[in-house]
Design a binder for this molecule. Structure first.
Ligand SMILES: NC(=O)c1ccc[n+]([C@@H]2O[C@H](COP(=O)([O-])OP(=O)(O)OC[C@H]3O[C@@H](n4cnc5c(N)ncnc54)[C@H](OP(=O)(O)O)[C@@H]3O)[C@@H](O)[C@H]2O)c1
Length: 286
């Protein structure tokens, strides 16, 4: 079993000097994103996960500026879905705009994000290469510290070897007890690619699962907390989302308790493969 990890830990990224906070706060479908990010920062989150698709990069930018937290203490991730006009230059301009929305810089300091991801492999082989080339150029010019992918299956990762020498630092995929993604995670581990786990609490749809309820009772915890703890103990970086400050706190309250090896094994048995997935992104699309 992976060792227990504090949510305050910073995890090293292969091939990078940067380190990523052990837990992140996701803002997909955030009701009032600026206020939610400020609440999340005040309860201790330092890693925020947004995307062009969420249409709230500006809110994230406003929240981080008004939080008063030094930029270097924050870890901000965003994503692009599709290339613009099948052009690397136009795609690069689109991702520069994301950076400007999030962090326009201050004085001599140029704005940047910590991690820019290709949101989905759905643009096809040529589209994926355009997106990656634009991200590489953004990294070269300092607009992002690192680059990575999301929803990439094994074939997409193998295919990257044909068009780039830069390994993504992270693959952000749906991972939780009901969709454990063993094949792609094994490949990512072998390449030193960190897994960030989206929908880590299955949008609260499986919190009545009797195994999770029983394990939660052993620890005086809610089943959603058991799912986040499982993710941390597996060595993933979970990205729970909540608009509710009490839930935000509960989702961070992971230190000082641990799932036993037997409980981890019980949770391993909940895997339903792709049938357990809630997001429509195919990790095996062409
Ligand atoms: N890369 C991708 O393609 C992709 C896809 C999906 C998501 N993501 C990222 O991953 C993040 C998380 O995923 P997600 O938002 O889809 O799902 P999630 O984090 O598994 O679940 C969020 C849902 O659970 C509820 N919730 C949160 N904490 C709870 C608690 N302690 N007890 C009970 N219910 C709780 C929230 O409601 P309240 O807000 O009312 O608390 C919300 O409805 C996203 O925000 C996004 O940043 C990425």
């Amino acid at each position: 079993m992976a060792s227990s990890n504090s949510v305050k830990d910073l995890v090293p990224l292969t091939g990078s000097d940067a380190r990523i906070p052990r837990i992140g706060y996701g803002v997909y479908r955030s009701n009032n994103c600026k206020a939610a990010v400020l609440d999340a920062l005040s309860v201790g989150y330092r890693h925020i996960d947004t995307a062009q698709f969420y249409r709230n990069e500006t809110d994230v930018g406003e929240a981080i500026r008004s939080s008063g937290i030094p930029r270097e203490d924050l870890y901000i991730v965003t994503k692009i879905q599709h290339p613009v006009g099948n052009s690397v230059e136009k795609t690069l301009e689109s991702i520069r705009e994301s950076v400007r929305r999030i962090d326009s810089g201050e004085g001599d300091r140029k704005g940047y994000v910590d991690l820019f991801l290709v949101h989905t492999p759905a643009s096809g082989r040529v589209g994926r290469e355009i997106l990656w080339r634009a991200l590489e150029l953004l990294k070269e010019e300092g607009g992002t510290i690192d680059i990575g992918v999301s929803n990439y299956g094994t074939e997409h990762l193998f295919q990257m070897e044909t068009y780039t020498s830069i390994t993504p630092v992270c693959n952000q995929i749906e991972v939780h007890p009901f969709c454990q993604q063993k094949e792609v995670i094994d490949l990512c581990k072998s390449k030193g690619i960190v897994i960030t786990a989206y929908a880590p609490i299955v949008r609260n749809r499986r919190s009545d699962d009797p195994v999770l309820v029983a394990i939660g009772q052993n620890h005086g915890r809610h089943p959603t907390q058991v799912m986040i703890k499982w993710s941390l103990q597996k060595g993933y970086i979970p990205l729970p989302k909540s608009d509710n400050p009490d839930r935000m706190k509960a989702n961070m309250d992971m230190d000082g308790w641990e799932l036993s090896e037997e409980e981890m094994t019980q949770i391993e048995q909940l895997d339903e493969g792709q049938d357990g997935a809630i997001c429509p992104y195919p990790l095996n699309c062409a």
